[in-house]
Design a protein around this ligand. Structure first.
Ligand code: ADP
Ligand code: ZN
Length: 215
């Protein structure tokens, strides 16, 4: 399947993407994971992106488009891909449309994961992320804590609160989402590509996607 996952920070895009990879072997492409990996590795890309990310601002469209143009043409994308965190602005969406046309790839749909704002806020404040760039497993101190506090179950690295998950950065990320990313919902609706799912649970989203694609 070739999907875009839309939704506010904390809506569960990453969790849904991981579950969908198990359905048909499509790959998850998370621009947030790619950028955090670059910051930890200290690459040029990471150095450019770090300041924006820490504040909860979007990194410039040109940086993201460079990453995605290369990534979407890698061979593992042929089976399908789940775009998690991209596109995030109207210019990114327009450029993605052009790029997909150029490389002759047809998108199935954009899935909007719709979660009430109070749930989003609570989730982001209690979220912990594995700091190992090759793992980046996600935990929640209330609903899904690691077995040993502060330690990732999967790889043993530290499970930490992300630098952009302070209360201040979170509210800024939500404002950025409303202003820059929420307009993509109408953008894909007008193209007839939108599936909107009230996300009571990640499993409910998976079922809705499978049903829509007859899987
Ligand atoms: P979230 O939980 O906010 O969805 P992500 O892991 O997707 O977080 O992204 C973390 C940060 O990485 C964002 O706040 C932003 O600074 C940057 N980022 C990720 N994807 C994009 C994108 N498509 N365009 C611009 N910036 C991005
Ligand atoms: Zn880990």
């Amino acid at each position: 399947m070739k999907l875009i996952l839309l939704g506010a920070p904390g809506a569960g895009k990453g969790t849904v993407a991981k579950l969908l990879t198990a359905v048909d072997g499509s790959v998850q492409i998370s621009t947030g994971d790619i950028l955090r990996g670059a910051v930890t590795a200290g690459t040029e890309l990471g150095k450019e992106a770090a300041g924006y990310m820490k504040r909860g601002d979007l990194v410039p469209d040109s940086l993201i488009m460079g990453i995605m143009e290369a990534r979407l043409q890698e061979s593992d994308c042929e089976k399908g891909f789940l775009l998690d965190g991209f596109p995030r602005t109207i210019p990114q969406a327009e450029e993605l449309t052009e790029l997909l046309k150029k490389v002759d790839i047809q998108l199935d749909m954009a899935v909007e994961i719709d979660v009430p704002k109070d749930i989003i806020l609570d989730r982001l404040c209690t979220r912990r992320t594995c700091e190992n760039p090759d793992c980046q497993a996600i935990y929640n101190v209330k609903s899904n804590p690691p077995k040993v506090e502060g330690i990732c179950d999967k790889c043993g690295a530290k499970a930490i609160q992300r630098e952009d998950e302070t209360e201040e950065a979170i509210s800024h990320r939500l404002e950025t989402y409303n202003e820059k990313t929420a307009p993509l919902i109408d953008f894909y609706k007008e193209k007839g590509l939108l599936l909107s799912v009230p996300a009571t649970s990640s499993d409910a989203v998976i079922e809705a996607v499978k049903k829509k694609l007859n899987l």
